[in-house]
Write a protein that binds this ligand. Structure first.
Ligand code: UDX
Ligand code: ADP
Length: 463
């Protein structure tokens, strides 16, 4: 089967960048990204690519290159499904906030709605590709819905998990470590796999395209994220021990990272990992393991989350205890709100939880993030439902100028590792703060010697 028309349902952090790169690399394929959210689609179509809803270095250029030629953003979901031979499902799968599996299982209602819509609209055979990260055996559920509610047409379900990391999405998509495609072992399944392999083969070397069965593919994605998150929690666990023993976690990470069996990546101690994937995927793994009665397996992985929650809480507690056990009415400036640098995504960002703790202590929080607006900060805090929204609005302000954000504050907390923070005029910031002036560096980003020589009380993670 030769693919000439692709539809992607969901124009988010995964669907948008992935389809933009497919469109650029496959000029012979028409790619339509659809979403129910009209505001989001309007932004993807904004003439000025600086206004597209996902901030990713290099993405604006790629969108500009193909948009209107073979890349389209639209709210006409039915039409795009009808026209496509290959449909990517790239909708959100948040953790359930209600009912059985609450706080653990993935909420598959958006996936199910998509499957039903595809079944209703399709008039010819389709390949349906799971792009969102899903619990193992979701493909089976999708297949059931498609086969029982469709118009008698044939569906092949593939799993093609996304391994891009936000902030480096374009690089990751252009030169992936690997592309993973899982499908049925039947001849039809193999044909569908080959059709998707042929799409990627337009720019990805063949030896980097792995094909497996559907379940292995689904589970590999959860496993990759669990292993990565586990590394961060492992080094974060050592950071607390370093603080007690006089060791320096950065030196420890360097020393162990040079062991080629361990490797140097994902060993940066921090205020805790965030993002839409790590926590959700591990909770999924825990939930699945428990549902099979594998309690030791579940407990093992749950510990990664417990450690991460501890790391975030430990950071806020350290701020309070250092500031003489009270932050009530004190101005604490947050530099960074996004869950990592080079993205405007704030899902599960450590900043949200640290802020929540400090607001409980009646602190005033001033936020500066180069890519995150005030309404997002407030929405993130309101989502926790810790207090009435007006209280969050009263205690949290955001600034468009970092120097204004830091003026008259008692302490600065670095929550995101944005490069620009390193180059600020720290002497000027110091002069305009209350004394003693504290910096709590949740990303080990700044130069300790430089800051202490200016006069700051500087505390980093794990030293
Ligand atoms: C992750 C996976 O890396 C990616 O393959 C998958 O497709 C989606 O989930 P993402 O969440 O976008 O990607 O970012 P990632 O770079 O993995 O960082 C996740 C969190 O861990 C961030 O909050 C980051 O700051 C933190 N982190 C990462 C650390 O604290 N230390 C590290 O050494 C690395
Ligand atoms: P991700 O990080 O996985 O890309 P996002 O939340 O950024 O997640 O994007 C998912 C997108 O999917 C959202 O823009 C949401 O509006 C869209 N979406 C969810 N359900 C549907 C649906 N049934 N049809 C079309 N779009 C949908």
């Amino acid at each position: 089967m030769k693919i000439t028309n692709i539809c992607c349902i969901g124009a988010g952090y995964v669907g948008g960048p992935t389809m933009a790169v497919i469109a650029q690399k496959c000029p012979h394929i028409k790619v339509t990204v659809v979403d129910l959210n009209t505001d989001r689609i309007e932004k993807w179509n904004d003439e000025n690519v600086d206004n597209i809803p996902v901030y990713e270095p290099g993405l604006g250029e790629i969108v500009k290159h193909s948009r209107g030629k073979n890349l389209f953003f639209s709210t006409e979901v039915d039409k795009a499904i009808d026209e496509a031979q290959l449909i990517f499902i790239s909708v959100n799968t948040p953790t359930k906030t209600y009912g059985s599996g609450k706080g653990m299982a993935a909420d598959l209602k958006y996936i199910e709605l998509c499957a039903r819509q595809i079944a209703r609209v399709s008039k010819d055979d389709k390949i349906v590709v799971e792009k969102s990260t899903l619990p193992v055996r979701t493909a089976e559920a999708i297949k059931n819905i498609l086969d029982h509610t469709g118009n008698g047409v044939q569906f092949q379900i593939l799993s093609n998990p996304e391994f891009l990391a936000e902030g480096t999405a374009v690089e990751d998509l252009l030169a992936p470590d690997r592309v993973l495609i899982g499908g049925d072992t039947t001849p039809e399944g193999q044909k569908a796999i080959q059709a998707l392999v042929d799409v990627y083969a337009n720019w990805v070397p063949k030896d980097r395209i792995l094909t497996t069965n559907v379940w292995s593919s689904e589970l590999s994605k959860l496993t990759a994220n669990a292993f990565l998150a586990q590394r961060v929690s492992s080094i974060n666990a050592m950071s607390e021990l370093c603080e007690k023993t006089g060791a320096d976690v950065t030196e420890v990470a360097r020393a162990i990272g040079m062991d080629s069996r361990i490797g140097s990546k994902f060993l940066k101690s921090s205020v805790g990992f965030g993002g839409s994937c790590f926590q959700k995927d591990i909770l999924n793994l825990v939930y699945i393991s428990k549902s099979f009665g594998l309690h030791e397996v579940a407990d093992y992985w749950e510990q990664v989350i417990i450690m991460n929650d501890h790391q975030k809480r430990r950071f806020s507690k350290k701020i309070v205890s250092t500031l003489y056990n009270t932050v009530a009415d004190k101005k604490i400036t947050f530099l960074g709100w996004a869950f990592k640098k080079d993205t405007n995504d704030t899902r599960e960002s450590a900043a949200i939880y640290v802020a929540d703790d400090l607001i409980n202590e009646q602190a005033n929080i001033a936020v500066f993030d180069p890519k995150v607006a005030y309404n997002q900060v407030i929405a993130d805090l309101n989502y926790l439902e810790s207090r009435a929204p007006h209280k969050n609005e009263a205690l949290v302000k955001s600034f468009s100028d970092p120097y204004e954000a830091c003026k008259d504050s008692h302490a600065i907390a670095i929550l995101t590792e944005w490069d620009e923070f390193k180059d600020y005029d720290w002497k000027k910031i110091y002069d305009n703060m209350l004394k003693p002036a504290f910096v709590f560096d949740g990303r080990n980003l700044l130069d300790r010697e430089k800051l202490t020589s200016i006069g700051f009380h500087y505390q980093a993670i794990g030293s």
